[in-house]
Each structure stands twice: as C-alpha cells, then as structure tokens.
Write a protein that binds this ligand. Structure first.
Ligand code: ATP
Ligand code: MG
Ligand code: FE
Length: 355
C-alpha cells in the first residue's frame, strides 16, 4: 500500500510518501519533504494566517513533486491520498486538503481525511513494527496539551488537557517576552542548558490537585511580572546574558515538572504501563532526559518519536491515512475541513465511507 500524505495546517507545507507491506512491519518512509515558513513568520513574531495559506499555495506543487521524485513514484502509483482536515488555520488546511482530494479525484483513488492531533499522537509509532499499542499518549504541541488514553487506533479517551495555553504556546509566548526569535521553544531549550533552573521560583499550577489537567497562563504571567524587577527598562534586551539563561532554565523546569507529574498521574488513571510523548515540545531535551530517567525508575515503557517526527511533518499524516485505509476507512470528497476538529470527533465512524 503506497500512501501520499499532505500536511498544511499551520506554517509547514509537507508531503510524504509511505509504503507499507502490512502492520507487522514499520512502513518505509520513501520521502518526507517539509518546506517551513518559519523564516517568513519570524519577521511578524508569530504565524500570520493569510501569509501561511498563500505560501502553502505557492509551495505545495513543488513539495509534491520533490516528495514523488525522492520516493521514485508518480501520482499514478499512489493507492491512497491523505491530508490534514483539522485542527488548524482554515485557509491553510484548505490548500493541502483540496489538493489531496484533487489528486484522488484525478487518479480514481480513495481519500482519507486526517486529524492532525491523531497524527501527532501516533507519530511515536511510525518507525516501530506492529504499529500503535494501547498506552497513555501525551501530546505537547504548539496549540495542544493532551493526555489521551489510547485503547486502539481511533479509540481515544481524553483524560486531561490544558485549561488555557498549550505547552508549546507557553514556550513561544515566554520566548517573545524575553526577546527571543519565534518560535521560542527551541531557543529556550538552548539557553536553559546554560542557566540555573532554581534561580527563580515560578508557579506550578494544579500540580498537587487530583486532576490530569494543566494550566500555563499563571506561569507565563509570573515571568512577565518578573522582568521589570530585573531591568529598569523592562526591556528584555537589557537583561544580562546569565539572567536570561536563568529565566529560561527556571521557566523550563516549571513546565517540565508539571508535564511529568501529570503524565504520571494520567498514566495511573489509564492503567497503562506505556507512555508516548509527541508534538513539538517532545523535542525538548530536559523533558526527554527527565522522562527517560523517571520512566526507567518506575518501570514504565517510554516511547519517544524521532526528532524528525516531533514538529509538523507529513509522514505522521500519511501514517494515519495508512492505518485507516488498512481498516477500510475512507472519506467522501465532500468531507469538509474543520479548524476546530477535536481528537475524539472523527471517531464517529458514520463519517467514514467505503471507496
Ligand atoms: P498543533 O499541532 O497543536 O496545531 P503546532 O503544529 O504548531 O501545533 P508542533 O509543530 O507540534 O505544533 O510544535 C511546535 C511547537 O513546539 C512550538 O510551540 C515550538 O516552540 C515547540 N518546540 C519545538 N522545539 C522545542 C523544544 N526544543 N523545546 C520546547 N518546545 C519546542
Ligand atoms: Mg509549525
Ligand atoms: Fe502540529
């Protein structure tokens, strides 16, 4: 089964071609091409929706061509076309989604609408034989923080989430406050390595409460209120380099403390002994290292995606399309995109149709 997946929900235009010979073996990623618009949006300090969709439109044909060339296929060799249908920016989603439908229409092949969050959730399993196992999945991305009881492919129960900012969003907003370039996550990760995580004491909301929910808006505000106390101007560019590193390290320690505590809490709720972590924040070195130590100590199996599968990519989208196609679950070409698609919504099987 050869699957072509398209991702265009935010600021990455991505196309991947996967070939799968069955669920016993991991699929071959024949190509996974990503054209990032980060440099464009960086000038504006964040993603500008109108610019994102225009750039997807301009870049997608070339990205499809590169992905096919690298994989050694033409659209006629593809058995299934999959594309992200949400959540994301509506005008950005429409570009990739409509293009995949047009390819499916032209070649007479089936189409699968993919939930971007299911892509992140299952991304740690792309390179593993036998595919997804029942486990607790923590999705920590730019727009979402979810603790999900994964009972099987398409069988998800939400155990916890962020009540306000997502983990990645908190990294990006704090990065902006500290005068770091967009996106803040990788910058903070780098600077934190040279800082003292105990230099500042920042709040860890809900950490002792009996809940798998998290909240990062108080932490973000605490960093904001700290700044004028550290420079007379309140301008982050006037901060000493070491102070900046200490702020990053202390902020990052607070976020990782909360995520780790709640992952273990949700794990207990779910009854699983396997934990996966996905989404851009799963790149974070402190989060990865601490989770590896704690899981080893607690006898919990930890499954982390390779770095190339953490932030937005199309291999995870093609992977979900492949898993659905194997179960005979396809979508009609009338299926719309949904900027607010929930992880558990597209489980409504009546939305799927046979090809
Ligand atoms: P969503 O999937 O929820 O729609 P998104 O697609 O924008 O959001 P991803 O591409 O999964 O999110 O991840 C991007 C986020 O990951 C950004 O917020 C970025 O700052 C964060 N991030 C990337 N690398 C790191 C890192 N090393 N440490 C912390 N955060 C990171
Ligand atoms: Mg992105
Ligand atoms: Fe994402």
């Amino acid at each position: 089964l050869t699957v072509l997946g398209i991702e265009s929900s935010c600021d990455e235009t991505a196309v991947a071609v996967l070939r799968s010979s069955g669920e016993e073996e991991a699929p071959d990623i024949l190509s996974s091409v990503i054209s990032s618009q980060i440099a464009i949006h960086r000038q504006h300090g964040g993603v500008v929706p109108e610019l994102a969709s225009r750039n997807h439109s301009a870049d997608l044909p070339g990205v499809i061509r590169s992905a096919c060339r690298e994989a050694g296929v033409t659209p006629a060799d593809i058995d299934v076309f999959g594309a992200t249908a949400g959540p994301g920016l509506v005008a950005a989603l429409l570009v990739g989604n409509s293009t995949a439908k047009a390819l499916a229409l032209a070649t007479g092949k089936p189409f699968v609408s993919v939930n971007h969050l299911e892509g992140h959730l299952l991304s740690p399993f792309v390179k593993r034989p036998k595919g997804p196992v029942p486990h607790l999945g923590m999705v920590v991305s730019g727009g979402h923080t979810l603790f999900v009881d994964v009972r099987g492919v398409g069988d998800y129960r939400l155990l916890g989430r962020s009540l306000d900012d997502a983990a990645g969003e908190a990294f990006d907003k704090v990065g902006k406050m500290l005068g770091l370039p967009y996106p803040g996550g990788p910058e903070i990760d780098r600077m934190a390595a040279r800082g003292n995580p105990e230099a500042f004491s920042f709040p860890r909301a809900l950490i002792k409460e009996a809940t798998a929910n998290v909240s990062f808006s108080g932490l973000k505000t605490a960093v904001l209120y700290k700044l004028p106390k550290l420079t007379e101007s309140g301008n982050p560019h006037d901060l000493a380099e070491q102070t900046l590193c200490d702020l990053c390290a202390s902020f990052q320690r607070a976020v990782t403390d909360v995520l780790i505590r709640k992952a273990l809490y949700a794990l207990r709720l779910s009854g699983h002994r396997t934990l996966s972590v996905s989404g851009g924040v799963s790149c974070n070195r402190e989060l990865r290292t601490r989770l590896q130590e704690i899981c080893a100590r607690e006898g919990v199996e930890l499954i982390l995606p390779d770095f190339d599968l953490t932030t937005d990519n199309a291999a995870m989208i093609a992977y979900v399309a492949c898993l659905k196609a194997r179960r005979g679950l396809f979508h009609s070409l009338d299926e719309d995109v949904d900027p607010n698609l929930k992880l558990t919504e597209d489980l409504n099987r009546s939305k799927y149709s046979t090809h």
